[in-house]
Every structure is written in structure tokens, then in C-alpha cells.
Design a protein around this ligand. Sequence first.
Ligand SMILES: Cc1cc2nc3c(=O)[nH]c(=O)nc-3n(C[C@H](O)[C@H](O)[C@H](O)COP(=O)(O)OP(=O)(O)OC[C@H]3O[C@@H](n4cnc5c(N)ncnc54)[C@H](O)[C@@H]3O)c2cc1C
Length: 447
Amino acid sequence: MTLPATKYAIIGAGIHGLSTAYHLAQNLKASGKGSGADILVIDKTSIGGGASGIACGVVRNNYYQPAMRELMAHSVEVWESDPKAYSYHPVGYMQISPEVMHADVATIYEQQQAIGYESNFIEGAVDCQKYMLGLFDDWQAKGITSVLHEKRGGYANNTASLYGLAGKAEAEGVRILTGVEVTGFEYGSNSGAVTGVITNQGVSACETVVVGAGPWVIKFWDMLELPKAISIKGRDGTMHNNVPMWKFWCLEEGTLGVDPNMHKTNDGKMPPVIHVDTDAPLYSDVDGSLITDQLWGLYYKPDFNFGGVQGGASPYKVEQDPDQVAIDPYGPDSPDFIVGDDFIHMWCSMLAHCQKRFEGKIGLYKYKEKSGGLGCFTPDNFPVFDTFRENVYVIADSNHGYKMIGVGKLVAQELMGEKSKLLEPFRFDRFAKGELHPTSHSPFPWS
Ligand SMILES: Cc1cc2nc3c(=O)[nH]c(=O)nc-3n(C[C@H](O)[C@H](O)[C@H](O)COP(=O)(O)OP(=O)(O)OC[C@H]3O[C@@H](n4cnc5c(N)ncnc54)[C@H](O)[C@@H]3O)c2cc1C
């Protein structure tokens, strides 16, 4: 059996595969070098069958790493370029933090000003409480000493945005094949370059491959015979050898089945996405027992798509050997990587800690809707965007990525031969060179 030959084979119909396909089609047409008809997107399940289709959909700039911030600012521009097609809600985003994160967030604010990304920064417990009460008259989170209010960003509806992007790609002539699983690659006789994509429905000969496989990147890494363990130069110049290339974290999210309208601002508007980190003790909203006295964090937003107030908390690291982790069935279909009662109790108590309106609401949690899912992370938890085996572009976003719709636009430029300054800090050789991104005090592995 054969599949059509193609110039560009893009594996994965998630946010990165589809964004790359759409922007590449535009670039090919504009340069007179081809069109969307030169691009084949292959996905083993469906459009949005992976992490992009279950993402909470938060779009923010709040990153401690300058390179991440610049990339996010670029991505926000892409979201803003067509909010209707991308089902994007530009409600803004708030990072609400304890003293231990104050200095980190102050740096983020200063650098947002430097790149012209509009935000307010409020400092000190009294002023923070006043600012928050100005937005929500029932605000009661404790231990807060800084508030970063990003005026841009917000959230988008996961599957709707992917179908919007797929529609744009198809309108440019891109073909999207779903239900076709890639199982390996054919290589040239005189080089390591890929000459064909092997699937369960035959081989597609191709000139260039883009891998946008989300949590399945580990499988493709193996198919491409790339190293399972790598050497990393630490900040002090010491080499750390044999560091596993991939690890999994499980994201925990859920929906409180209240009317989304109950979480509006004092003036009746849709609120920004709220992200709170605090070291104040967290007590159960059910029986008053102590849940944790360590740093904890949550995020939430009213969401008509999910039908309630939707959000999540810090993920947990999957301790299993990454090669043994069952990625399939993925997301809500997984028997292992979905949220349980502990998460529900904790997250609902976190909501009640932050706003009085959520007290006593745990009974409305949407127990029947399974949620949560795996993310595959690099050794430093930041993305790798790079070319391997001469003609395989790997987009491994280390689970930062639904918001990064703009990465595909930059990858498309690189495929046309134009190097991107924004992608440069995310090359694979940064590990060996010790050019690592700075780390923050956030309890989340992606901040
Ligand atoms: C619960 C959860 C919530 C999240 N919330 C957010 C958020 O609010 N904001 C944010 O920015 N990020 C969020 N993320 C992270 C974000 O979803 C991912 O980083 C991003 O969606 C990855 O996109 P992708 O295109 O690389 O991969 P995916 O969307 O996972 O797409 C990969 C595709 O590849 C296909 N595929 C895999 N193997 C094969 C194969 N062998 N052959 C053919 N096709 C194959 C899959 O079917 C899938 O459709 C969240 C992640 C999770 C799990």
C-alpha cells in the first residue's frame, strides 16, 4: 500500500503541526515556491486528538525566562490576529504571588515593559488585597504580596481553535489525513536523512519531516534513533552525564459545574484568567483539616465551553521509567492519568481559599467528566525546536505549548531557510553548551 508522496510530511494535528502547516502553506504561496498542496499532515487519531485537544487553553506571557517571554509575546500576536477563527478570549491573565516569588515576578514585569507587553504590577500585601477587592469583592487569598496583571493574553477554546486552524490550512490546500499512524521512517542510502514516512497504511515519500507529536515525542525520538540520555553542562561548568532526555508529568485539571457567569468581576465583565501561588496553609473546604503548608498554586477561569469554572493545580511527576509510561489511551480515556478525589478536594479547597463564592461548592464538581493528561518534558523543562537527521524538524514544546501558536509560524520560516532569533535559545545543543534557561521559584515546572 502507498500513501501520496509529499514535499513536507507533518506528523501530528495538534497546535504545532497545524500552525506549521498553515503558515508554511502561506509562505510557499507567497514565495512562489509551492503551496499547501505540498504539505501532508498525518495524525493517528484526529485533529486535537492529543494534548492540544484537552488543554485548559490559557494564553499568558508570565515567564521568568526572557526567551520564553519573547516567544509568548509573538504567539499572543498570532492569537490576536484572528480571535474568531482561533476561538480566543482576550480577557488578560493575573499572576498572584507570595513573597518568595516577589523578586522573580518583579523581573518579569520590568522585562514586559521593556518589550512593550502591557501589564500592571502591584506590590505589598495591603495594595494587593485592595487591587484584588477592586476586581472581586469576595477576594480572600492569603499570603499575597505581588500581583502581575497582564492586560493581553487570556484563553482559547481548545478544539474550536484547532478546527479553526485546520480550516485555514485546508483552505490553503493542505491535506490532513487522520486515522493514519506513523510507525517508522525510511532513510537515504548515503545519508541519515529521512526519505519516507512509514505508516500503518503504507509509506509516504517525502523531502522534509516535521514532528509535532506532543507527549508522543519520546516515541519519535526513538524512531529517529536519537540519544535516550544526554550530557548537560551545569551553570557551574560541571558536566552531568547520562541525564534521561525525557520524563513525564501528569497535569491535573477539572471543572466546577457552576454557572460560569457566577465568576465575573465586580463590574459584571468576564474576568482575567486567575493564577494564584501562595505559601499560606491550605485548609480543606470540607472539614477544615490542613491539606498542605507548602507552596501551592492553582489557576482558573469561567469557561462556557467546559460549562463551569475550569482550571488546575501543580502537576505531579510520573516516577515510572519514561519508556514504560502508557501514553495511550490518552487524556480522559487513560485509566491511569486522570484526576482523582485528592485533586478534586484540594482544587476545590484552593478555589474556596481564594474567593468566598466558591466555598461549599465541591458538590458541584463535574465528577463524571474525566480530565487531566500527560505531558512529556525535556531535561530542563523547556522546549527543543531543532532539526535532526538533516531534514527532520522536531517541535518538542515540553508541555508549554498550546499557547505557543506562533511557534509553527516561526518553524515555517525556518523551513523556508530563514533562521529565527526567537527559536535560537531552544536548540538541542544548549544542553551540551550549558546555555540553560534561568529557573524561578514557582511551584510549576513550566514557569
Ligand atoms: C491537561 C492539560 C492542560 C494543558 N493546558 C495548557 C494550557 O492551558 N495552556 C498551554 O499553553 N498549554 C497547555 N497544555 C500543554 C499543551 O496542551 C501542549 O504543550 C500542546 O498542546 C502540545 O501540542 P502538540 O501539537 O505538540 O501536540 P498534541 O496536541 O499532543 O498533538 C500531537 C498529535 O500527534 C498525534 N500522534 C502521536 N503519535 C502519532 C503517530 N505515531 N502517528 C501519527 N500521529 C501521531 C496525536 O494523535 C496528536 O493528535 C496542557 C496540557 C495538558 C495535558
